[in-house]
Design a protein around this ligand. Structure first.
Ligand code: RB5
Length: 142
């Protein structure tokens, strides 16, 4: 089963906990890189930690949560080999897997509700990269 790295800042902590419970109930193996409370902290720390877990091969994919998903995805995208996408609806999440081979999904806890967040997560995890012409474009990014 896919090993998923997950991380958040203080604003994303509650949604991250909800996502972990959901994924564990579906049998996914989760490695939680924190933060572990709502005490104020800095999202770049967790974006980097999850990104490095993915590029090292320790985890296959990563999920990040901050207030908007923006800052933490920017931090993750600084790590070479990461293609992190911020999504607030399932369609882009699915297409980001099929066309862009995204390896990190970022969510905004202040943007999406809990149920919508889980729909986005499920769409993203269910998407398979289609390769072909999309592989050439992903290679151009690298
Ligand atoms: C924290 O206040 C907030 O800036 C952070 O969670 C995130 O939204 C940054 O992009």
């Amino acid at each position: 089963m896919t090993q998923i790295a997950i991380g958040c800042d203080h604003v994303g902590f509650e949604l991250k906990t909800h996502i972990i419970e959901h994924l564990q109930s579906k049998g996914y193996s989760i490695k939680d890189f924190g933060t572990h409370s709502t005490e104020r902290t800095d999202y770049p720390l967790f974006g980097k930690a999850v990104a490095e877990a993915v590029t090292s091969g320790e985890c296959e994919k990563g999920i990040l949560v901050c207030g908007t998903g923006v800052g933490i995805s920017i931090a993750a995208n600084k790590v070479k080999g990461i293609r992190a996408v911020v999504c607030s609806e399932p369609y882009s999440a699915l297409l980001s897997r099929q066309h862009n081979d995204t390896n990190i999904l970022a969510l905004g806890s202040r943007v999406v509700g809990r149920d919508l967040a889980l729909m986005i997560v499920d769409s993203w995890l269910g998407g398979e990269f289609e390769g072909g012409r999309h592989q050439r474009r992903v290679d151009m990014i690298e």
